[in-house]
Each structure stands twice: as C-alpha cells, then as structure tokens.
Write a protein that binds this ligand. Structure first.
Ligand SMILES: NC(=O)c1ccc[n+]([C@@H]2O[C@H](COP(=O)([O-])OP(=O)(O)OC[C@H]3O[C@@H](n4cnc5c(N)ncnc54)[C@H](OP(=O)(O)O)[C@@H]3O)[C@@H](O)[C@H]2O)c1
Length: 286
C-alpha cells in the first residue's frame, strides 16, 4: 500500500493506526518522544506484521524536532510497490527511510488537565505547539510533496470537543477541524485528500496522562481505540473529509452543530474535565 507516517505512535490511537496500517501492508515511519518504545514497536511490527518501520524520535513541541519530521515528509524517492505478498516491498528500516510518505497521520496530542485561568502557561504553549503548530507544519510539508507526486492522504486527529466550548484543548481541535476542511478543498483535483477524525471519548492513556479520572464518564460513552482507528482509516480510503466514529457521537455532533451556542456553552462548557478532551455528557443512545 505504501508508507505511512504516524505521530504519537507509542500509545492509544497512534499505536492502533500503526498496527492497522501494518496489517494493510503499509511500511511505517513512527514518531513520538520515547525512542525506546518506538524501537520496540518497530521490531514488533517487523516481526509480527512483516513490514518495515523507521523510527524518528521527536518532541513535536520543539520546532527543530518538528522540522526534522517535516524534512522526512518532503523527501522524494520511489513509492513502495504495494500489496500482500509483494516480494519487493521494503522491510528494513533503511529501505523505509528511502521511500516517500503516502499517508500522514497527525495524531500526537495530550489533554491539558488544567483550567486556563491560573493554569501553567508553558503547558498551554506545548499543547498549542503539538496539536496546532505541528499539524500545520507537517501538513504543509506533506501536502506539497504529495501534490507534486499526484497522490497521498493526510489524516488529522481532531475531536468531538471541536464542536464545543471546552477550553483551549477544544479550541485546538476546532482549529484542526476547520484547517483540515480548508485543506481538503484546496487539494481537490490534486490526487491528495485530507480527513479530520473527530472521536468522542476513547479508552487510551490520554486521560490518565492528563490526570483526569476516567470514572467521571460511565456507560456507553467510551469507544475502543481499535474501532476509532478503523473508522478513520476507512474514511481516508473513501476520501471523506470529516469522520465522527459511532452513531452515538454523530448524533451528538449533529445536535451540537444545530443547537444555539448558549446551549452548547451550558451543556458542554468550560468544565475542569473538559479541558482534558471530554465529549459532552448528553449523547443520545446509539
Ligand atoms: N482518548 C480520547 O478520548 C480522545 C478523544 C478525542 C481525540 N483524541 C485525540 O487523539 C489523539 C491521540 O490521543 P490518545 O488518546 O491516543 O492519547 P495517548 O494514548 O496519551 O497517546 C498520545 C501519543 O502522543 C504522543 N505525544 C504526546 N506528546 C508528544 C510530543 N510532544 N511530541 C511527540 N509525540 C507526543 C505520545 O508519545 P510520547 O509520550 O512517547 O511522546 C503518545 O504516543 C490526540 O490528538 C488526542 O487529542 C483523543
């Protein structure tokens, strides 16, 4: 199928994207800060799924690291031959490193776990750098290189919170959604697509990392990372611009888009938990 670059590949949705793409015979370029975990994952992907994986440890909040990943995305070369059982598919990290990237998954992110007022400004700035600036820089590099080759796809992980008023995290994800829609329009006719994935609550390491108690939300509000990643990749294959996994969250999204903003602010307004990426508590049952 080609080569996919996944940011935030060591955990949660990014890890799922990596495995599902490997199962679909994509080679991978794996990005996150924890180099040891990335190397371990690359070995597993190689041994279990039979694909090659290049490791690029990078802190996307650091402009120089982000620029290194952008340089990798701009890299040309010949695309990998595709398909299961393709004997000429690259399987070493060195071979993967020489291939152009056909799919960029901008997935890395984290919940702030703090209020804006009185919160740590440095943490706010890191969140903006990882979830907005890096998405901008990496999409810029990928879109240009892919458009020049006449094919490719960009999948940006936004969130259901993009439809709400849940603090700066929601504002970052609203930016990702709006940016991706604009990019998709601009890319029309180039052979390159852009997709925004807008999940509700997903069971990953996200909430623990933000210091948010998962038991705040009970029942069927939780989605599996496996399902969310699968729906996101299916949307990419269809060239769909916005993907909201599950009927439950699609209904909530429709409600949030049509409701008056005062109602949205009241129901899904700035609560402490919301700043960690929570979805609104009023989803109709699926
Ligand atoms: N879980 C949810 O309920 C939910 C809902 C909607 C949207 N999302 C979005 O889904 C995406 C994935 O989140 P997740 O739930 O899978 O969380 P997760 O399990 O905590 O994974 C986050 C990933 O991002 C990486 N990361 C964090 N900061 C980074 C940095 N500065 N530079 C490079 N990589 C960094 C982490 O790796 P390292 O720590 O090794 O760097 C990790 O691989 C995020 O964009 C999140 O906003 C999540």
């Amino acid at each position: 199928m080609g080569t996919a670059l996944v940011t935030g590949a060591t955990s949660g949705l990014g890890l799922e994207f990596a495995w599902q793409l490997a199962q679909a015979h994509h080679d991978l370029v794996l990005i996150a800060r924890d180099e040891q975990r990335l190397r371990h994952l690359a070995d597993e992907l190689h041994q279990i799924a039979g694909v090659g994986a290049q490791v690029l440890a990078a802190d996307l909040a650091v402009p120089e690291d982000c620029a290194r990943v952008a340089t990798r995305l701009r890299q040309g070369g010949q695309s990998a031959p595709s398909g299961p059982g393709d004997a000429s598919a690259p399987h070493t990290a060195e071979q993967v490193a020489s291939r152009p990237v056909d799919l960029l998954v901008n997935n890395a992110g984290f919940g702030l776990g703090q209020s804006f007022v009185g919160g740590d400004l440095a943490r706010e700035e890191r969140a903006l750098d990882v979830m907005v600036r890096a998405v901008l820089v990496l999409s810029h590099a990928a879109a240009e290189a892919m458009a020049a080759r006449g094919h490719g796809a960009i999948l940006n992980v936004s969130s259901m919170t993009a439809r709400t008023a849940m603090g700066t995290y929601a504002a970052h994800k609203a930016w990702v959604l709006s940016f991706t829609e604009g990019l998709a329009s601009e890319l029309e006719g180039t052979g390159v697509t852009a997709t925004a994935l807008c999940p509700g609550l997903v069971r990953t390491g996200f909430h623990a990392a933000a210091g948010v108690d998962e038991s705040t939300w009970r029942g069927p509000v939780w989605l599996d990372a496996e399902r969310v990643a699968a729906e996101g990749l299916a949307a990419v294959r269809r060239g769909q611009v916005i993907c909201t996994p599950s009927l439950r969250y699609r209904s909530a999204s429709a409600l949030l888009r049509t409701a008056p903003r005062w109602f949205v602010r009241r129901v899904a307004g700035t609560s402490r938990s919301a700043s960690a990426g929570a979805a609104p508590p009023t989803q109709p049952a699926e």
